[in-house]
Design a protein around this ligand. Structure first.
Ligand code: GCU
Length: 666
C-alpha cells in the first residue's frame, strides 16, 4: 500500500530487526492502566497498544492491573520533580513504569516510549524523563470560517465548520494525537485576522465539539478575537475597552464561552495591525485592550496573547522599529494574565531575520515567541525547507539582557525574569491535504516545532533524525543522508533567494518568487526597494546610527557586533548596512562577487539536494519518494528563477560583470 503521508510520524510500521522485536515483546507483555482510568489514560493505553502492535507485530492486551512482570504500567503519582506535564519512564519491579503527576504527563510519557521504540532504541533498562520548558505550546491556525486558510498551502481548513458540531471528522482525533505526541497543548482555531462569527453561539457549539475531541489529549482550544465584536455582534456603538458596556459585553461573552468549553484556553488578539480594529481606534493603548480582556476573563483559567505585529506606513520610518516603539513603553502595564506575542524577527517571517529587538527589552511582560511553520516566504509547499535550524537560531540568539547567555529561549521560557507563565506559538502548516502539510517534509516542521517547544535544547539535527526514522525510513545509510539534506535545506534556500541579509524582495501579491524591482505598492514598506536600497554605491538597509538606527534597540554587545561592516556576521550584513559593491568581505570577495556567488552556489545546491534524495530512493516509500522528487524539480527550476531574476536586477544597479567562472543567467 502506498504511503499517503496521513499517519505522519505515528507510523508504527513493524521494526525490521526480528531480534529487537523479540526483546521488545518480552518487555511489553501487557499494558496496565488504573481502573476508572480517565479518557486521557485510556488514550495513552490505546496509543501504546496500537503502536506496539504495529511495531512489534503482536497484540498487547490492556488490563486493569499488572499481570506479573514484563509489562507496561501506567501510574499517576505526585512527583514534584516532574511538574504538571513531565513524565518518567523507568524499569521498576520488572515492569516499564510510565509515571507522571497528571494523566496528561502519562500520555506524554507513553508517546516518549513509543518514540524510543520507533527510533530503534533498546527497551531493556529504558530510562527517560522530561518536562517541558515552556508552558503554553500552541499551534496558531490561520483558518477562516469559509474553509480557506490564510497563507495555507496544504488544501483547505481541517475544521469543517459546516458539519460541526454533529459530524466529527476522525481527522480531529488524529490531529490531537499528533500534537500530543510532540507535546503541543493548545490550538488557536482561527485566523488572527479574525471573523467575529467564531464568537457567536452557533460557532461556540462547534468550538465545543472540537474541544471535546482534543481534551483527552491535553489540548485546550483558543480563539482569535475580532476586536470590534461588541459592535458587530453585540450592537454596541463602540468597542472602546474602557467603556463599561463593552466590558460587560466581553464578560458575558466569556462566561458563555466557558459554559460551552470549561477548559477554554483564552484569546489571541491582532489589533490595530494591518487594518484590523483595536483599542487605538478609541485613543487607548494595547495594554488597555489586553487588560480589559484579562479582566473579563475573571476567575476563568484563561490567558490573553496580544500580538505585537504592528507597523505604521511611512516613507521615512523603518518598519523594523515600529513594534518596538509601540510596545516597549508598555512594559509593566499589562495584567498578569497577558502575554505579548512577538514574531521571531522584526519584519515578517523572512527566511532569515535577526531576533526581534523586543526580546529582552520587556522584562516585566511574558513574551510568546511566534514562529511560522507554514512557508509563506519559504517556498510554500513546493520548496523543501526544514525549519528546525531557523527556530533554533532564534531561540539561541543572545539578547544580552542580563549579560551573556540571556538567550531568546530564556526570555521566552520565563526563566530570565522569573515569569509565572510562558508561551510559544507556531503558525500551523496544516490543511486538508491527505498528508496534512502539502510538502511531505512540511511535516518535519510541525514536528520540530513541537519538540523544540517542549525542549529547546534539542538540536535541529537530532529532531530531524527522529522525524526521519519515524516517518521516512530506518535504513541506517539513508537516515544520515536525509538528515543532512534537511539540515542544509534552509541555508540553501536563503542562498538562492535572499543571501547576506537581503529581505522582503519576494513577489508582493502572493509572497512567492522574486520581485526585487518592485518600487510601487499600496504602502512604501510593501516594496522591495524599500528593503534592499540598491543604488550605484551599494546594497542593503543602513540601520546604524547613520541610517535608521534600528540597531540602537538592541543591547550594546549586540549593537557592537552588528554595528560595523567588519564585525557583522555575513548572514545579517544587509539587514544593517548599506555596503559598497566593491567592499571586501571576510570571504575575500567583494560584496558584488559574494552576492552573485551565493545566488549561484545556492541554486547549484538544489541539485545536490536532488542527488541526496535520489540516493535514498530504495529506502523510502515509492509514492512518497516520487512526490518529493517532483517537488524538488519545481524547487530546482524556481531556484534558477530566483537566481537569475535577482542577479540580473541587481546587475542593472551595480553595473558590474559577473565574477569569472559564473555562467551567464539562463
Ligand atoms: C503577514 C501575512 C498576513 C498575516 C500577518 C500577521 O503579514 O502576510 O497574511 O495576517 O502576517 O501575522 O498578522
Amino acid at each position: 500500500l502506498a504511503d499517503d503521508g496521513y499517519r505522519l510520524w505515528l507510523k508504527y510500521d513493524q521494526l525490521p530487526d526480528a531480534g529487537q522485536r523479540k526483546v521488545a515483546l518480552r518487555n511489553t507483555r501487557f499494558i496496565a492502566v488504573p481502573t476508572n482510568a480517565s479518557a486521557t489514560l485510556q488514550a495513552a493505553a490505546r496509543e501504546l497498544q496500537t503502536g506496539l502492535q504495529g511495531l512489534l507485530g503482536q497484540a498487547v492486551p490492556v488490563g486493569g492491573e499488572a499481570r506479573g512482570k514484563g509489562g507496561i504500567v501506567l501510574a499517576v503519582a505526585p512527583d514534584p520533580a516532574l511538574g504538571r506535564e513531565g513524565y518518567r519512564v523507568a524499569v521498576q519491579d520488572g515492569n516499564i513504569r510510565i509515571s507522571a503527576a497528571t494523566d496528561v504527563g502519562v500520555l506524554y510519557g507513553s508517546f516518549a516510549l513509543l518514540r524510543h521504540v520507533q527510533t530503534g532504541q533498546p527497551l531493556a533498562g529504558v530510562s527517560l524523563s522530561s518536562q517541558p520548558k515552556i508552558q503554553y505550546r500552541l499551534l496558531n491556525h490561520w483558518d477562516n470560517p469559509n474553509g480557506t486558510v490564510e497563507r495555507g498551502y496544504a488544501g483547505s481548513s481541517i475544521w469543517k465548520w459546516q458539519e460541526l458540531p454533529e459530524v466529527l471528522d476522525p481527522r480531529y482525533q488524529d490531529y490531537a494525537r499528533a500534537n500530543a505526541s510532540i507535546g503541543i497543548n493548545g490550538a488557536v482555531l482561527n485566523n488572527v485576522n479574525a471573523s467575529p462569527r467564531l464568537l457567536t453561539a452557533e460557532y461556540l457549539r462547534k468550538v465545543a465539539a472540537l474541544a471535546n475531541v482534543m481534551r483527552p489529549y491535553g489540548i485546550r482550544v483558543y480563539l482569535s478575537v475580532f476586536w470590534a465584536a461588541p459592535k458587530v455582534l453585540g450592537g454596541l456603538p463602540t468597542a472602546d475597552p474602557l467603556d463599561p458596556q463593552v466590558q460587560r459585553w466581553w464578560t458575558a461573552k466569556i462566561n458563555e464561552i466557558y459554559q460551552a468549553v470549561p477548559d477554554f484556553g483564552g484569546f489571541v488578539v491582532k489589533a490595530n495591525s494591518e487594518g484590523e480594529p483595536g483599542p487605538q481606534d478609541y485613543g487607548r493603548t494595547h495594554a488597555d485592550g489586553a487588560n480589559m480582556l484579562a479582566e473579563a476573563l475573571g476567575q476563568h483559567d484563561g490567558i490573553v496573547m496580544w500580538r505585537a505585529f504592528v507597523y505604521k506606513a511611512g516613507p521615512n520610518g523603518d518598519r523594523f522599529k515600529q513594534a518596538y516603539e509601540e510596545f516597549q513603553p508598555l512594559d509593566g502595564q499589562f495584567d498578569p494574565k497577558v502575554l505579548v506575542q512577538v514574531k521571531n524577527g522584526p519584519i515578517d517571517f523572512q527566511s532569515r531575520e535577526p531576533f526581534h529587538p523586543l526580546f529582552g527589552k520587556m522584562p516585566r511582560t511574558p513574551l510568546v515567541l511566534e514562529v511560522q511553520l507554514t512557508q509563506e516566504y519559504l517556498g510554500f509547499a513546493t520548496h523543501l525547507v526544514y525549519l528546525g535550524p531557523l527556530i533554533k537560531e532564534c531561540l539561541e540568539a543572545d539578547t544580552y539582557a542580563k549579560g551573556p547567555g540571556s538567550t531568546v529561549a530564556k526570555v521566552v521560557d520565563g526563566s530570565l525574569e522569573q515569569h509565572r507563565i510562558s508561551g510559544i506559538a507556531g503558525v500551523a502548516n496544516i490543511g486538508s491535504d491527505r498528508n496534512w502539510t502539502g510538502h511531505p517534509v512540511g511535516q518535519a516542521n510541525w514536528y520540530a516545532f513541537g519538540r523544540l517547544a517542549w525542549d529547546y535544547t534539542l538540536t535541529a539535527k537530532a529532531i530531524a533524525q527522529e522525524w526521519t526514522q519515524m516517518t521516512l525510513t530506518r535504513d541506517p545509510a539513508a537516515v544520515p543522508t536525509i538528515v543532512q539534506l534537511l539540515d542544509q535545506s534552509r541555508s540553501i534556500y536563503v542562498r538562492y533567494t535572499t543571501p547576506l541579509g537581503l529581505h522582503h524582495i519576494m513577489g508582493q501579491t502572493l509572497h512567492y518568487g522574486p520581485e526585487p524591482w518592485l518600487a510601487k505598492s499600496a504602502r512604501p514598506d510593501w516594496t522591495a526597494v524599500y528593503y534592499h536600497r540598491a543604488d550605484a554605491e551599494g546594497l542593503g538597509f543602513d540601520r546604524t546610527a547613520q541610517g535608521s538606527n534600528a540597531l540602537s534597540l538592541y543591547y550594546p554587545p549586540v549593537q557592537q557586533q552588528w554595528g560595523t561592516m567588519a564585525t557583522c556576521p555575513l548572514n545579517y550584513l544587509l539587514w544593517f548596512h548599506h555596503v559598497p559593491w566593491d567592499y571586501k568581505l571576510s570571504t575575500g570577495r567583494t560584496l558584488w562577487n559574494e552576492l552573485t556567488t551565493r545566488y549561484y552556489t545556492g541554486a547549484d545546491s538544489v541539485q545536490w539536494m536532488q542527488k541526496q534524495w535520489a540516493q535514498v530512493q530504495p529506502a523510502v516509500d515509492p509514492a512518497l519518494h516520487a512526490d518529493v522528487t517532483a517537488r524538488l524539480r519545481v524547487q530546482q527550476r524556481e531556484a534558477l528563477w530566483w537566481r537569475d531574476a535577482c542577479v540580473l536586477y541587481f546587475q542593472t544597479v551595480a553595473r558590474r560583470p559577473l565574477p569569472p567562472g559564473l555562467p551567464p543567467p539562463t
